[in-house]
Design a binder for this molecule. Structure first.
Ligand code: SAM
Length: 280
């Protein structure tokens, strides 16, 4: 088995006459060391079925195949999805361990194989919706490491009271504990992106409630951050019909109505949701 370096990536791209698409976030990793590092940080073992979103030319896929029992790779770009098995049979000793699915990750509904770990250099423009969608539809996904735009990584892993804390941090924390896992230099990509990248890791935990509750809680989170400088009693007035009603719900939940959404953990949004079910 060998990994893909800059020359191999250039050769594969030239053979496909590939012009990287900005709208699909196509920045390919040309440094195999970073792929090995990501797989190591993710702690992938032979007990794992790895899910990769956006395998592109296959740099990370090859590194994953070295450590995981099998890999499921979901790629939206038809040319890349078609070329991947050929690349993998050329460079990997275990091409049979790869399943390629040509699909938009956002429209995946279920997989007949249950992945245990997500490892991906996510397309930047859809990284948060893809991550949240996968956590929702694939309960077998226990852990993962994803590479995303640096600002997005900071938002996903942010703690309350910081300027980065908001909707991505809160919604991700419904499903999992998210932590920063290091920075990545722009120079390891082709083409070199205009933004910095970071790694984030996640570990799934038990959710605070069922799917009905999640939808209600996410609606509260969206409303609380629609205008993040507003106090909760004003920010939630639309949902509850008036700021007086919002204040009554917040007090019943044990939350100071003059706080802003950025002060609250997901548990407090759950408390507001639960109080809203009993306060008439
Ligand atoms: N994994 C490769 C690497 O690290 O070199 C490529 C990563 S590149 C940042 C993102 C990849 O995601 C591209 O191959 C792109 O075609 C693919 N992609 C973009 N949007 C997607 C979507 N909605 N579903 C699945 N794949 C997508």
């Amino acid at each position: 088995m060998s990994l893909l370096g800059a020359a191999a990536i250039r050769e594969l791209a030239a053979a496909l006459d590939l012009k990287p698409s900005k709208s699909l976030g196509q920045n390919f990793v040309i440094d195999s060391n970073i792929c090995t590092k990501i797989v190591r940080i993710a702690g992938v073992t032979q007990d794992d079925i790895a899910l990769e979103i956006g395998p592109g030319l296959g740099s990370l896929t090859l590194a994953l195949l070295e450590s995981a029992a099998s890999v499921i790779a979901v790629e939206i770009d038809h040319r890349l999805a078609t070329a991947l098995p050929l690349t993998i049979s050329r460079y990997s000793e275990h091409p049979e361990n790869l399943t390629v699915i040509h699909a938009d990750a956002l429209s995946l509904e279920e997989l007949h194989i249950q992945p245990t770990v997500l490892v991906a250099n996510l397309p930047y423009n859809v990284s948060v919706p893809v991550l949240l969608h996968l956590l929702e539809i694939l309960p077998s996904l226990n852990t993962g490491v994803v590479m995303v735009q640096a600002e997005v990584a900071d938002r996903l892993a942010a703690k309350p009271g910081t300027k980065e804390y908001g909707i991505p941090s809160l919604k991700a924390s419904w499903w999992a504990q998210v932590s920063g896992a290091g920075s990545v230099s722009r120079s390891i990509f082709w083409p070199v992106p205009g933004v910095d990248s970071k790694l984030v890791s996640f570990k799934r935990h038990e959710t605070p409630g069922d799917d009905v509750m999640r939808k209600g809680v996410f609606q509260l989170v969206d409303a609380a951050f629609a205008q993040r400088r507003k106090m909760l009693r004003a920010a939630l007035s639309g949902i509850f019909g008036s700021s007086a009603k919002a204040e009554a719900v917040l007090i019943a939940a044990g939350i100071d109505p003059t706080l802003r959404g950025e002060a609250l953990l997901i548990d407090s949004f759950c408390a507001i949701y639960n109080a809203s079910q009993s306060v008439k």
